[in-house]
Design a protein around this ligand. Structure first.
Ligand code: SF4
Length: 237
């Protein structure tokens, strides 16, 4: 969990956004989440097993393993990325390479880490060869797994990182820049969804880290409103 101001400064510096640290409110306090009951735990295990054995799309032919996700099985936050990369495919966990380290720093900057209150998953559970973009039919085959994860997690807020996640979750071809700074909704539970850049993109385009930090603050503030029972829709003021 993010600590005091000094520690947060360190995280912000790690993602190149040290300019904002002085004015932001303190990160939200850590929340203790109970383990799911036996029935929910069984549904998680079934889901994990299905993804491991899944042959619904041709990506199963080239992957090492299906990568379901990581994090507490009841979490207020759900981060959704694109697909496993080479390292994720090898280790069976999403966001474990350089982009994963940046994602961790981004999350810590708003008081989150992998061990508490945030679950991390991808649109696709299997790695596309050479990290190419997911194909529509692959997304169509795989998205039901994410929908089931969301039903089990019941997150209060989804953070879609990157164009692929945002466009596929929202069913739009709008550019990512147009999707930022708004509260979208996803799925049957109408879960609030906020969009920001993928950390792999930010590694290539550090000038946009400033915008990512704006998005993170937007998400953090929205989360605080949601947990205070004052959910809002619409554009960032
Ligand atoms: S990407 Fe999804 S649908 Fe395709 S094989 Fe992997 S788990 Fe199955």
């Amino acid at each position: 969990m993010g600590g005091g101001g000094g520690q947060r400064l360190e995280y912000l510096e790690a993602i190149g956004i040290e300019l904002w640290v002085a004015r932001g409110p303190a990160p939200p306090a850590a929340a203790a989440f109970p383990e799911p009951d036996a029935a929910v735990a069984a549904r998680w295990e079934a889901l994990r097993s299905e993804v491991q054995k899944c042959t619904r799309c041709p990506l199963h032919l080239t992957r090492t393993q299906g990568v379901l996700g990581v994090g507490p099985k009841r979490s207020d936050w759900l981060v959704v990325g694109e697909a496993p990369g080479a390292e994720e495919d090898r280790r069976g966990e999403p966001f474990v390479g350089a982009a994963g380290q940046l994602l961790d720093a981004m999350l810590r900057a708003i008081g989150l880490d992998r061990s508490s209150n945030v679950y991390i998953a991808n649109i696709l559970k299997s790695r596309p060869p050479n990290n190419r973009d997911p194909r529509p039919e692959e997304v169509a085959a795989c998205l039901p797994y994410l929908v089931r994860q969301i039903a089990l997690l019941q997150p209060k807020l989804i953070l879609a990182v990157g164009r692929i996640a945002a466009q596929n979750l929202l069913g739009t071809e709008a550019p990512l820049g147009r999707l930022r700074g708004q509260v979208h909704r996803f799925g049957e539970l109408n879960t609030p969804l906020v969009v920001t850049y993928h950390p792999a993109y930010l590694l290539r385009t550090p000038a946009d880290k400033r915008k990512a930090w704006e998005d993170l603050k937007f998400a953090r503030n929205l989360f605080q409103q949601l947990t205070q029972g004052a959910a809002t829709d619409g554009h960032r003021s």
